[in-house]
Design a protein around this ligand. Structure first.
Ligand SMILES: [Cu+2]
Length: 156
């Protein structure tokens, strides 16, 4: 098996200007991004995970210099309220694509040591059960941005 090159850019097509992607073994990480946030609170990380191989893999953790801890969260509806709940990992089946996006799975950047500013690139290390670890850069969008939109604006 070939060793993966961390940070290898695939240079995706038909994506907004800020789009960027990475490959690690059979796992492709598409457009990791975040939203502008002040220091000392909690930030979030979003991306697309794709398994191009024939064996299931799982995102099982992460870390970032900018945060005290990185957790994997999902959102659940509970009594009509959206709540976040930590999960132990996110399964990526062979051929599957899993979205980490607002309202669903996301990385939680607990205890930001500095503010996330629009257009910053924030290194975050992702750990996969099989593929191993890779450091990707979250492209910071405006507060309230949603996937595939470079501007701010409000959605929902
Ligand atoms: Cu969360």
């Amino acid at each position: 098996m070939l060793a993966a090159l961390p940070g290898l850019s695939l240079c995706t097509l038909a994506r907004p200007a800020a789009a960027h992607s990475y490959a690690l073994g059979d796992i492709e990480i598409g457009h990791p991004w975040s939203r502008a946030a002040p220091a000392n609170i909690t930030g979030a990380g979003f991306m697309t995970l794709r398994n191009t191989g024939t064996t299931p893999d799982r995102l099982v953790g992460g870390s970032a210099d900018i945060a005290r801890a990185v957790e994997i969260h999902t959102h659940i509806h509970e009594g009509g309220v959206m709540r976040m709940r930590p999960v132990e990992g996110i399964e990526i089946a062979p051929g599957a694509e899993v979205q980490l996006a607002p309202g669903g799975y996301h990385l939680m950047l607990i205890g930001l040591k500095q503010a996330l500013r629009k257009d910053d690139r924030v290194p975050v290390t992702l750990v996969f059960e099989r593929a191993g670890r890779i450091t990707v850069e979250l492209a910071v969008a405006a507060a309230g941005a949603s996937p595939g939109r470079s501007g701010g604006g409000h959605q929902h």
